[in-house]
Design a protein around this ligand. Structure first.
Ligand code: NAI
Ligand code: MG
Length: 481
């Protein structure tokens, strides 16, 4: 390793870990080490939280909302100016096809654009009360926000969490995933360049069980946001409860795409295959189950087969539909699902193809469509987080709803039908946070409130809804009569 990395940013200064420890960064494209990050832990989290606390007594808190918004607009513009560099870095770090990486960086800029515009529109209420009283409800910043994000969309998760936090006047400590921290470090530098006062944004790279755990256990944090696995979500929530800290958790899903007999086959099949292979299936809202009405099962599966067969997998630079998964462990996990389904006798309907740019040492997976998958099988119940799609037949609307709601998760659902009454009926009965009808946006739409129920987590990110999570209501009762 050439020089000690300095990827920790606290109170406006870059540093390495106090222990001088670092972590190697491997690219999923070839499994080779291409960089290093600092291995921050409790000491760095303590310093970062103290810096974020101190910044709440500085100019950030007295600044008008529009001034915060201007800094955020500048950050948005800087991100757009550096799109190509950030996209190349993101593609190398996560393995995603370069077009996808560019889309992600533009989404990151869009988050800051959207929330910059919201910074001077965090409105309160005036309430009717007794005669002679004036009651206002004001929305105040929570304070220090601890943000723990995953490796699947690091740059856009940076925008999704920090955007609403800054718009509402909070300060933040970000702990990116050890598997993909590079774009977050670059974005933090751009945020500083945009003019954020020191201590408003602090970044601590490191391991989940070290830096992440220290952040979730910290007694001087006012709010926690976590996106990742349900298992770690439980840990975060347990730690937060000990300190009575509120949290938002986004923990993935087993989102159904429900295809009725009157659906537009071509549009449905194209979108369904595209969103399960997007980001190699490593998207919390990936539609990983396709529920197909039995009367059209064979005909629709034929169209899906054609689309899945066309999917090509390779290196980011080849810019195909699908890249590698994030690391060796994820590759082993996804392959395990494929092997168990195969040995359980579940039929493989179609597979994508590996392009010559997919080198053997990279973490590639061949996208696979299985079906029919029994509803109790793990492939129909558990999150694979890879390009694996399970086809499941259903008889009628009632059975479609029962199967759709019949997992531990509840994040997103896709509905494919031209029947307007059915669209409304089914959308109402699905226990999820988002329903897409005749379209599906895995991860897309900065404006759209997003989050789950059940094992998918709680709280809402994105859109104006996120502003409520990052603020707390204060009721002021004035007697003037
Ligand atoms: P993870 O949940 O361990 O990692 C997510 C983030 O949590 C990372 O920043 C990590 O450093 C941090 N973390 C890990 N342990 C922690 C702890 N004890 N305290 C505080 N923070 C901690 O996810 P992992 O291990 O990378 O992936 C495992 C599975 O989780 C995947 O196969 C997938 O099924 C699911 N996952 C879901 C995501 C989603 O978008 N909902 C994102 C990433 C993973
Ligand atoms: Mg983990």
């Amino acid at each position: 390793m050439p020089t000690e990395p300095k990827t920790i940013f606290i109170a406006g200064e870059w540093s390495g870990a106090q222990s001088r420890a670092s972590l190697e960064v491997r690219s999923p494209i070839d499994g080779e080490i291409f960089a290093a990050i600092s291995r921050g832990g409790k000491a760095e989290i303590d310093r970062a939280v103290a810096a974020a606390r101190a910044a709440l007594s500085g100019p950030w808190t007295t600044m008008a909302g529009f001034e915060r918004g201007r800094i955020m607009s500048k950050l948005s513009a800087l991100i757009l100016d550096n799109t190509e560099e950030l996209a190349q870095l993101e593609a190398r770090d996560t393995g995603k096809p370069i077009s996808q990486a560019r889309t992600d960086i533009k989404a990151t800029a869009r988050y800051f654009e959207f929330y910059a515009g919201a910074a001077d529109k965090v409105l309160g209420d005036v309430l009717p009360f007794l005669d002679g009283y004036q009651v206002t409800v004001q929305r105040e910043a929570r304070g220090v926000c601890g943000l723990i994000i995953p490796w699947n969309y690091p740059a856009s998760m940076f925008g999704r969490t920090i955007g609403p936090a800054l718009a509402t006047g909070n300060t933040v400590v970000l702990k990116p995933a050890e598997d993909a921290s590079m774009s977050c470090a670059r974005l933090t530098a751009l945020a500083h360049q945009a003019g954020l006062p020191p201590g408003v944004i602090n970044l601590v790279t490191g391991l989940g069980e070290e830096a992440g755990a220290a952040l979730s256990q910290h007694t001087d944090v006012d709010f926690l946001s976590f996106t990742g696995s349900p298992e770690v979500g439980t840990l975060i929530q347990t730690e937060a409860a000990k300190n009575h800290v509120p949290c938002v958790l986004e923990l993935g899903g087993k989102s159904p795409q429900i295809v009725f007999e009157d659906a537009d086959f071509e549009a449905a099949a194209k979108t369904i295959v595209s969103v399960i292979t997007q980001n190699a299936g490593q998207t919390c809202s990936a539609g990983s189950r396709v529920l197909i009405q039995r009367s059209i099962y064979d005909r629709f599966v034929a169209v899906l087969r054609e689309k899945m067969t066309e999917v090509r997998v390779g290196a980011p630079a080849a810019d195909l539909q699908c890249g590698p998964v994030i690391n060796r462990a994820q590759q082993v996990k996804v392959k395990g699902f494929i092997e168990r389904a195969t040995s359980d006798g579940i039929n493989v309907i179609a597979q994508g193809t590996l392009d010559k740019s997919a080198v053997a040492t990279g973490y590639f997976i061949t996208p696979t469509l299985f079906g029919p998958v029994p509803v109790k099988h793990e492939l129909a119940q558990d999150e694979v987080f890879g390009p694996v799609l399970a086809a499941i037949p259903f008889e009628d609307e009632a059975e479609a709803i029962a199967i759709a709601n019949g997992t531990a998760y509840g994040l997103v659902a896709g509905l494919w039908t031209e029947n307007g009454a059915r669209q409304m009926r089914v959308a109402k009965k699905l226990r999820v946070g988002q329903v897409f009808i005749n379209n599906y946006g895995a991860g897309g739409g900065i404006e759209l409130p997003f989050g789950g129920v059940k094992r998918s987590g709680h709280g809402r990110e994105k859109g104006l809804e996120a502003l409520k999570e990052y603020t707390v209501a204060k009721t002021v009762v004035l007697k003037h009569g």
